[in-house]
Design a protein. Structure first.
Lengths: 296, 330
């Protein structure tokens, strides 16, 4: 089909506007990446950077990721949180989703309603804090796990997925002499793998990015996740971690990076794992929006 | 990563008939429960989570009507000696903070809605018109990216852009002959910064739902419109937009229903005392006065006030959606 001049003009304007919008989404992050590569010398010379450093250096990263650094420690805390939080999240979400997908179950509707209600109303900040305090979870790793164990919305999405699995499968398995546990593990678990993988990814990214609970529940710097080390460095500089960090050695460097570069490098370090897997996992998140809306 | 409720239309509660016929009556109920004891056992632990971490805090809200002392045991919470009725609510309504935090909450939400709601629609319309698939994919991928940053990272990027120590924006200001400014501590600019950041972080993500709605439009509609001589812009305006108008209305309603969530984490990470007057919302006030200030009962009361209002708003939004012929959220 040959395009008229008006059509071509429309296409070009459309593409131009989209390129401008894309730059708006992208440039803030790119500018942080380039800031993280500026050396102290270049900063003194040029006043930080103009879009890109002439002589990019990795000294900020060296400093932050040096031996015995608090950042490395925080990486382990966050990784542990992601692994444990995702694993326990799925182990608790999957069985409940399965049970609630049984149409014959007595009391299914009121239980589902009660779970759904927690999405609309909650005790709020203070009662949650008092609860965690009373459970003696303050300053404990588990304060980042138990209170956010199950996401009710994701639970209901998983249940919806399993509602679509024909009940005849269960009847047939029982005819063949399968116990309820075998039905669950051999029939429903394999069939639910797509939704389990998807929601597992959601839990993982959620736990990687979550920070506020650790901010109010955890004091010990050694137990702080990456997000909070980043927050500390952004708001107060590196000084507060000097007791632990090995960052104190920075003064011995011949060309210490400027504070702004350190902050920028810390931003990049915190978000790098997300960035690396993002292109591959993106579609699982997009699918979630569809699951939650179009199909209901 | 918080998903706006507006994106999450419809949770269906199936009341339709089960394959196994159900009879009423206590003994039948008991027989069914016995039959499915495996299922109940399976659900027990996960349900215990909801009891402890979702419903116990609701019970804990009774401290809003007491002078709760954190050093006394749990028994004191139910003893009734500390009962003060609505004192904390009255203190909140009478305080100089009340109107300020309510106004800030509503205003910030309103501005975010005003700018953050139309842009995803425009973005979806533009993306939908792109004929080069690779370019389309690239634009989508890049526009979703900021949504995947944690709030700390996103706020860090905004700080880096705005810092007077050579932030990108200040470099531009200086290059055009101005003086570097501390944008984040300027009350005249703070709300605009919040709104811009929100648009930057969420616009791409929020466009997905509209793109999905556009994907369901029958291509014959476009062919018919083209036959009638409609140009590209007219097809966009008279075919695409009306076809997604229902989705637009429904999402708008639920965004309004969620208005009291003005962006707690975002504000907490960016604000400072010099901009409290324009940025202190109900949630940040609960955090500062209740948690940091250790006025647990007062904080719980303010939080309860907000939660109840939010519940009513969401309930009304759902009613409106149902009235418009949508199944609603529940």
């Amino acid at each position: 089909m040959k395009l008229s001049r008006g059509e071509k003009l429309f296409d070009w304007i459309n593409i131009l506007v989209l390129i401008i919008l894309t730059l708006f989404f992208l440039i803030p992050f790119l500018s942080v990446v380039s800031t993280s590569l500026v050396s102290g010398r270049e900063y003194a010379l040029r006043g930080l950077f103009i879009l890109y450093p002439h002589q990019p250096v990795l000294s900020s990263y060296d400093m932050l990721l040096g031996q015995g650094s608090i950042v490395i420690n925080a990486y382990f805390v966050t990784s542990a949180r992601v692994i444990v939080g995702t694993f326990l999240g799925l182990t608790f979400t999957f069985p409940l989703a399965y049970v609630l997908s049984k149409r014959r179950l007595y009391g299914r509707v009121p239980i589902t309603m009660l779970i759904f209600f927690t999405m609309l109303f909650s005790g709020g900040l203070i009662p949650n804090f008092v609860l965690v305090e009373k459970l003696r979870l303050l300053d404990s790793f588990w304060a980042m796990i138990w209170p956010v164990l199950i996401n009710p919305w994701w639970l209901l999405i998983m249940r919806n997925f399993m509602l679509a699995i024909p009940e005849e499968l269960e009847e047939a398995a029982i005819m063949d002499g399968a116990s309820p546990l075998v039905v669950l593990l051999r029939v429903y678990l394999p069939l639910s793998m797509p939704v389990i993988a998807t929601i597992g990814l959601w839990y993982a990214v959620f736990h990687w990015n979550q920070w506020f609970d650790a901010a109010i529940y955890i004091n010990d710097a050694k137990k702080l996740p990456l997000q909070l080390i980043l927050r500390g460095i952004l708001e107060y500089g590196t000084g507060q971690y000097s007791d632990y960090s090995g960052l104190a050695e920075m003064t011995e460097l011949t060309d210490p990076p400027p504070a702004e570069s350190l902050k920028a490098a810390m931003i990049v370090i915190t978000t790098l794992p997300i960035l690396m897997i993002y292109p591959f996992i993106q579609r699982y998140f997009v699918r979630g929006i569809m699951l939650g809306s179009i199909k209901g | 990563m918080q998903q706006p409720l507006g994106d999450q239309i419809r949770v269906r509660m199936d009341k339709d008939s089960p394959v196994f016929t159900e009879k009423r009556g206590f003994r039948d109920a008991w027989r069914q429960i016995k039959r499915d004891r495996f299922l109940y056992a399976l659900a027990a632990l996960p349900l215990l989570y909801f009891v402890i971490f979702r419903y116990l805090p609701m019970v804990g809200l009774i401290i809003a009507f007491q002078d709760y002392d954190p050093f006394l045991g749990i028994g004191a919470m139910f003893g009734g000696e500390n009962w003060v009725g609505l004192k904390h609510f009255r203190n909140f309504f009478d305080s100089i903070f009340f109107w300020n935090v309510v106004r800030n909450t509503v205003l910030i939400s309103f501005y975010k809605l005003l700018f953050g709601f139309p842009l995803p629609i425009v973005l979806a319309l533009l993306i939908n018109e792109v004929r080069i698939t690779v370019f389309q994919r690239a634009v989508q991928t890049i526009s979703y990216l900021p949504h995947f940053f944690s709030m700390v990272v996103a706020a860090g990027i905004v700080r880096a852009m705005l810092t007077p120590q050579g932030g990108l924006l200040n470099q531009a200001v200086v290059a055009f002959g101005g003086d570097a400014q501390a944008f984040l501590t300027d009350p005249a600019l703070f709300r605009s910064i919040l709104v811009t950041m929100d648009v930057w972080q969420q616009a791409g993500w929020n466009s997905i739902i509209f793109l999905a709605a556009m994907a369901t439009i029958n291509p014959e509609m476009y062919e018919a419109a083209a036959m009638d001589g409609a140009n590209r812009f007219q097809r966009m305006w008279y075919v695409t937009l009306p076809s997604i108008s229902f989705a637009i209305v429904i999402i708008l309603i639920f965004r309004i229903g969620g208005m009291l969530d003005a962006g707690f984490e975002q504000i907490l990470l960016l604000y400072s005392p010099s901009v409290y007057s324009v940025s202190d919302i109900i949630d940040t006030y609960v955090y500062r006065a209740g948690l940091i200030g250790r006025q647990y009962s007062f904080g719980a009361a303010v939080g309860l006030f907000k939660s109840v209002l939010a519940l009513i708003l969401m309930y009304m939004a759902n009613k409106v959606a149902q009235y418009l012929g949508q199944e609603g959220l529940w």
